[in-house]
Write a protein that binds this ligand. Structure first.
Ligand code: CP3
Length: 342
């Protein structure tokens, strides 16, 4: 066991197979919490850094070296394939993705063209550079799910209310489905490039799907995410499906075709396990804010997550959302040691 990424604890837990110990990695483990990341990114734009295989390789490896996590996640961003498909956007520090001309009309949607593998050749190149460096440590590829990508494209940037997104969804359902279908194509191509280059698992980030009711999720979003996930079925790598605030969506997110459902900190893992059933593993779900509490609290809460995670078919320990930039990286290292020792 664990001599190859395909037989690693991460992949085995995703499939519900026996593991020597619970695998652990952190969403946003690469990033501003690490001084070595801030140093290497100095003076290089976020999108530019994602297009440079040498930088992607180094940044992806940084948290693996420092924390001894059980998986690497490719350094990239959910909007990288959108920019590669010709959409004018930028990633603004402290804000997030900002789209120059938001997508709101039929003419706008018609501008969203398919992605070709050649558009993101630098991503495949980075994966190829990473594999020999990682050895038996699995590399997770990822992409944004159609709804979360659509929210950035329609709003033009981050949003709290998703008003324009929902206005299109409810007001022009045909246009909505056209847009999400185009985004599903882009996402599927982006993930297939990563799988072909050698990633051992993929995560579909539907970070903002929690803005929807279950009924609306099932009608307006799930068919498109399901097409992405089912399109990867024959790829032979586990598929992780994650969102924030998705307590009422967990069942549907599993049904959409995921091997693993990602859970945020609001839903206890044992309750999530009862909701998704024995056909799926779970990933999560320590509140990233708990890392700012005294160590005794971190330890108590991490042990609780591990204990509640035993109710699932398989458990990948993670935070309930990404590492906050202000997090003390020493606490993350200590947390990995704790999970490995239990
Ligand atoms: O280590 C990893 O997890 C891999 C790297 C990763 C990034 N973005 C790098 C990044 C991953 C998995 C993402 C996905 C992503 N990007 C999501 C889904 C995950 C989630 O958090 O729900 C979303 C919604 C985005 C969009 C996005 N890009 C946001 C909200 C931000 C933060 C803006 C900010 O500055 O606070 C980004 C920029 C971004 N993506 C950074 C990193 C490391 C920060 C940019 C920087 O360091 O200057």
């Amino acid at each position: 066991m664990s001599n190859s990424p395909a037989d690693s604890a991460l992949v085995r837990a995703c499939r519900g197979l026996e593991v020597p110990r619970t695998p652990v990695w952190f969403m946003r483990q690469a990033g501003r919490s690490l001084p070595e990341y801030r140093k290497i990114r100095a003076g290089v734009g976020m999108l530019e850094s994602c297009r440079r295989p040498d930088l992607v390789t180094e940044i992806t490896l940084q948290p693996v070296r420092r924390h001894d996590v059980d998986a690497a996640i490719l350094f990239s961003d959910i909007v990288v394939p959108l920019a590669a498909a010709g959409i004018d956007l930028d990633i603004v520090a402290g804000t997030g993705p900002v789209v120059a001309e938001p997508i709101r009309t039929a003419a706008d949607v018609a501008r969203v063209r398919p992605l070709t593998p050649a558009d993101v050749d630098y991503v495949a190149e980075a994966v190829r550079l990473l594999l020999p460096e990682l050895g038996a440590t699995p590399l997770i590829g990822f992409a944004g799910a159609p709804f979360t990508l659509a929210s950035y494209l329609i709003e033009g940037g981050p949003s709290r209310t998703y008003l324009k997104t929902k206005a299109m969804m409810y007001g022009e359902p045909q246009l909505w489905h056209d847009l999400l279908s185009r985004l599903a194509d882009i996402t599927l191509t982006f993930l297939r490039v990563q799988v072909a280059a050698g990633v051992s698992a993929v995560q579909l980030f539907d970070s903002w799907a929690g803005a929807l009711s279950e009924a609306d999720y099932r009608e307006f979003v799930m068919p498109h995410s399901a097409r992405v996930l089912s399109g990867l079925e024959s790829a032979g790598v586990p598929r992780i499906h994650f969102g924030v605030g998705t307590a009422v969506l967990l069942e549907a997110m599993g049904e959409a075709g995921a091997d693993v459902v990602g859970v945020d900190w609001r839903t206890p893992m044992d309750r999530a396990a009862a909701i998704v059933g024995p056909g799926h593993s779970l990933q999560g779900n320590l509140d990233p804010a708990i890392l700012f509490a005294p160590w005794e609290v971190v330890e108590r809460e991490a042990r609780r997550v591990l204990e509640q995670g035993r109710a699932a078919r398989g458990h990948v320990f993670n935070l309930g959302h990404g590492v906050m930039p202000e997090t003390d990286p020493g606490v993350l290292t200590r947390l990995v040691e704790l999970i490995h020792s239990v």
